[in-house]
Design a protein around this ligand. Structure first.
Ligand SMILES: Cc1cc2nc3c(=O)[nH]c(=O)nc-3n(C[C@H](O)[C@H](O)[C@H](O)COP(=O)(O)OP(=O)(O)OC[C@H]3O[C@@H](n4cnc5c(N)ncnc54)[C@H](O)[C@@H]3O)c2cc1C
Length: 470
């Protein structure tokens, strides 16, 4: 008779794709399940773990990154193994993992961006915020990009925290950034930057903005930066006034914006203009490069369902900007062989169980967590209960699962497969070697770390002091 899955005789074998917060919270939740013995192998695209905590969170938000200590603790469990520098869909495929794991969790985040859908959007100088964020954070895919920061004015389209990060990095004194883990190439470029003014465009009003209040307040604390708010934007319509009664963050934001209005002497060298009720309409270009952005003033209209929609008034103006970053949402990318919902940019699921979108049928043994599951919303902490709920679905399904063949349960099989494919995978101890190296370089410069931004350099540093994974 077959032993029950998840016992010492037959530990549950789980593969997890991705190494961001959602992945680590899922691993932690699995290890904390009572009476469940589980072995987890994590596969990640880069040698470096932590997903957007390393590649997204702004360099001047260092304290937020300390959350990785919790993930490191999870990684000390002997039933955890890390295989970095292994891309699912390119280096390993679903049909290779299915025979080796009882359950697979997709924790791949949202790797792409949404478009504005306006003429001129693809001119040189108009970019998704995703790649600018990746560039200043040393994401290997974007480290060789160059942004022409020789213009004085930049538009950032969007009213979420990512838009706030991008605007803040553009106006912060580079010498303040020099004390962070910002990528060296970005610091160098920002030191030469001529950018003086950033327009932050939100299509709806301040009450509907999704940025959080600490991020808004940060602008008021930046050395050498004036915050400019249009008083018209703070004359709220009745529906927005009503929304304030139940929305604490919006109330705080409106209070902060009203405080910014009190400053009428704009004497500081750099400025951030909050332009609410403003939509981009067309990007103008000269010689193939952005030369301006036509925007339209909106008003808010109450919909049948009570929500407020931005409606163009026909009143337009042209912002004299040389660079545009759109931050109108991240979006998932389909994984080879895994169901994908093009409309939402997520992996279709019910309570974390991956389903076939057309038939609604559950894909046996496949699960999803984090931004890949629910779209690009929520802070790091939001992923913890979200991952737990998927793990609860996984555990509930165990009784009905036959599990993989016993002959495929050997933990060495995946290592052999990766080696046979000639893959230079990175273990968690390997990553720790690189981590120490980066921190060491940082110490010498009074910075938290100096990031290594090329995969081949990362591998070289690791290989100089390789230690085997148990
Ligand atoms: C610019 C930005 C700034 C943010 N700042 C903050 C902040 O200050 N505070 C806060 O609380 N939250 C912040 N967030 C939100 C937070 O980063 C997310 O909630 C969180 O990272 C989502 O976790 P995730 O694990 O779903 O995705 P991710 O963090 O994106 O992790 C996905 C992982 O999957 C890997 N992967 C993708 N495809 C493959 C593949 N095919 N094969 C193998 N691996 C793959 C990636 O390499 C990555 O490791 C920010 C987000 C962004 C975009």
């Amino acid at each position: 008779m077959e032993q029950t899955l998840g016992t010492a005789a037959r530990p549950l074998r789980v593969a997890i794709i991705g190494a961001g917060p959602a992945a680590f919270y899922a691993v932690d939740a699995l290890f904390k399940q009572p009476n469940l013995l589980c072995q987890v192998d994590m596969f990640n695209r880069f040698p470096t773990p932590y997903g957007l905590v390393r590649e997204g969170v702004a360099p001047d938000h260092e304290s937020i990154k300390t959350v990785t200590r919790v993930y490191d603790k999870t990684a000390t469990n002997p039933n955890f193994r890390y295989f970095g520098n292994v891309t699912f869909g390119k280096d390993v495929h679903l049909d290779e993992l299915l025979p080796l794991y009882d359950q697979i969790i997709y924790a791949v985040g949202a790797q792409s961006d949404r478009r504005m859908g306006i003429p001129g959007e693809d001119l040189a100088g108009s970019y998704p915020a995703t790649i600018f964020v990746g560039w200043y954070n040393g994401h290997p895919d974007y480290r060789d990009l160059t942004f022409d920061l020789s213009c004085e004015r930049v538009a950032v389209v969007g009213n979420g925290n990512v838009a706030m990060d991008v605007a803040r990095i553009l106006v912060t004194d580079p010498e303040a950034l020099a004390a962070t883990d910002i990528a060296d190439h970005a610091l160098q470029a920002l030191r030469q930057s001529k950018v003086k003014e950033v327009y932050l465009l939100g299509r709806r009003g301040p009450v509907q903005a999704s940025f959080t209040n600490p991020e808004l307040k940060e602008f008021g604390e930046l050395e050498g930066v004036d915050v400019v708010v249009d008083p018209r934007d703070l004359e709220l319509d009745p529906a927005s006034e009503e929304a304030l009664l139940t929305d604490k963050n919006a109330t705080r934001n409106v209070t902060t914006l009203r405080r910014y209005l009190e400053n009428t002497e704009y004497t500081r060298p750099r400025k951030v203009f909050f332009k609410f009720l403003t939509s981009p309409v067309e990007v103008f270009g000269k010689d193939g490069r952005v030369s301006g952005l036509k925007v339209e003033r909106n008003r808010l209209e109450v919909q049948n369902d009570g929500t407020l929609r931005a409606k163009g008034t026909g009143q337009t103006e042209v912002l004299d900007v040389g660079l545009i970053f759109r931050s109108v949402g991240y979006r998932g990318v389909a994984l080879n062989g895994v169901p994908f919902d093009e409309k939402t940019g997520t992996i279709p699921n019910v309570a974390g169980r991956v389903i076939n979108l057309a038939t609604g049928e559950q894909q046996a043994g496949q699960y999803v967590v984090g931004w890949a599951k629910r779209g690009p919303s929520g802070i790091i902490g939001t992923n913890k209960p979200d991952s737990l709920s998927t793990v609860q679905s996984m555990v509930a399904d165990l009784a009905e699962m036959p599990g993989i063949a016993d002959s495929k349960r050997d933990r060495a099989l995946i290592e052999q497969l990766l080696k046979d494919k000639g893959l230079d995978y990175v273990t968690f101890p390997d990553w720790q070697v690189l981590n120490e190296h980066e921190i060491g370089l940082g110490k010498a410069q009074n910075r938290p770390r100096v990031k290594c931004t090329r995969v081949d350099e990362m591998l070289e540093i690791i290989r100089q002091r390789a230690t085997p994974q148990s």
